[in-house]
Design a protein around this ligand. Structure first.
Ligand SMILES: *[C@@H]1O[C@H](CO)[C@@H](O)[C@H](O)[C@H]1NC(C)=O
Length: 331
């Protein structure tokens, strides 16, 4: 017994020692590996702004996601945030997790890993609850963190916590109460986050670099552009040859290109309540597609090509787009 105890202690100390040696001096984004398919390709769905206990066509969208997910043999699902309306989760025991997630996305093809960020509505509740491993125990598909990386080799995904960038959530007294635990002082949080995203992008050798956040950078929807993110995050994305920026926040489906970079701005925020009806004018040369109603997006990736498609509540394809790269180029 004594021998065993000593051995355990020795192993624990050794582990601590190894952890101390390998822990980097700077904060780093948590990293997950997700293997691509055997042929090296990858496919997934993107849905945002959804948790409403099935109402506002959430269940209809979920049903079509299941059908498209099956057809594309998806590897995972990305949620662009605003996972639970109106005010996030009250705690890990909030039944909304079951009624708005587990009991809604029930199709066999959706029983895959979900990678989720938190949106501004999630910040109005208990943010830590959504990030908690307790939810992963309740439904092992769930993985939600503020900022993190998913590496599939062929493509690397950089999930960014965009809510703390938005000034008015901090300053507007008319606005709601937000759970800023772990965010303050805000300036430090944002500058560390930008530094981490920049260095992770610089280190990336993936063929395709995809950034996911809740808030828009470019959007003709009712919220429009998010100026703080256009100002602070977008230059980093441009500098590091990011291919796609994927977001929710505006409750619509949308694809915008810009003349000053190859980045495509893709909004998939049609997971439930939509039809706001207040679309703003946008240069038709940049606006590839806008749909004010509910739906979701799919993406298929190979070494040489990315194919995206947007679907409505009936599963009809509303918009398709593809881009390609040479097999042996490094960018
Ligand atoms: C559900 O989708 C249909 C078809 O797009 C639409 O006509 C209807 O208004 C939607 N319902 C809600 C509550 O948004």
């Amino acid at each position: 017994m004594a021998f065993r105890g000593k051995k355990t202690m020795f192993v624990s100390l050794l582990c601590l020692f190894i952890m101390a040696l390998s822990s980097p001096s700077k904060a780093e984004l948590q990293r997950f590996e997700h293997a691509a398919k055997k042929d090296g390709s990858l496919s997934f769905l993107v849905v945002g702004d959804w948790g409403r206990r099935g109402y506002y066509n959430q269940s209809e969208v979920a049903l079509q996601m299941g059908i498209v997910g099956e057809k594309l043999d998806i590897d995972f699902i990305i949620s662009t945030g605003d996972n639970f309306y109106d005010n996030g989760l009250t705690g890990t025991d909030d039944p909304a997790f079951e009624y708005s997630f587990s009991k809604i996305y029930t199709a066999p093809s959706l029983q895959k890993q979900w990678y989720s960020v938190v949106g501004n509505h999630d910040y109005r509740g208990d943010v830590a609850a959504q990030l908690s491993p307790i939810l992963q125990k309740l439904d092992n598909r769930w993985l939600c963190l503020r900022s993190f990386i998913v590496d599939t080799e062929i493509a690397e995904f950089f999930f960014v916590d965009t809510t703390p960038f938005v000034e008015k959530y901090f300053t507007d007294p008319e606005d709601h109460v937000y759970d800023w635990k772990g965010i303050l002082p805000r300036k430090n949080y944002l500058s560390n986050l930008l530094k981490d995203v920049d260095s992770a992008l610089k280190d990336s050798i993936a063929k395709w670099k995809i950034v996911v956040g809740h808030h828009t950078i470019r959007s003709a929807g009712s919220h429009g552009d998010t100026h703080e993110i256009a100002k602070y995050l977008l230059p980093i994305l441009k500098e590091n040859n990011v291919d796609l920026y994927i977001n929710g926040h505006d409750h619509c489906l949308e694809h915008i290109s810009s003349p000053d970079s190859p980045i495509q701005f893709l909004t998939s925020g049609g997971g439930s309540k939509a039809w706001r009806g207040d679309v703003n004018w946008w240069n038709p040369k940049e606006m590839k597609f806008f749909y004010d109603g509910q739906g979701f997006m799919s993406m298929e990736i190979t070494q040489t090509q990315v194919d995206i498609a947007f679907y409505d509540v009936f599963g009809r394809v509303l918009h398709k787009w593809a881009t390609s790269k040479q097999l042996y180029s490094t960018m």
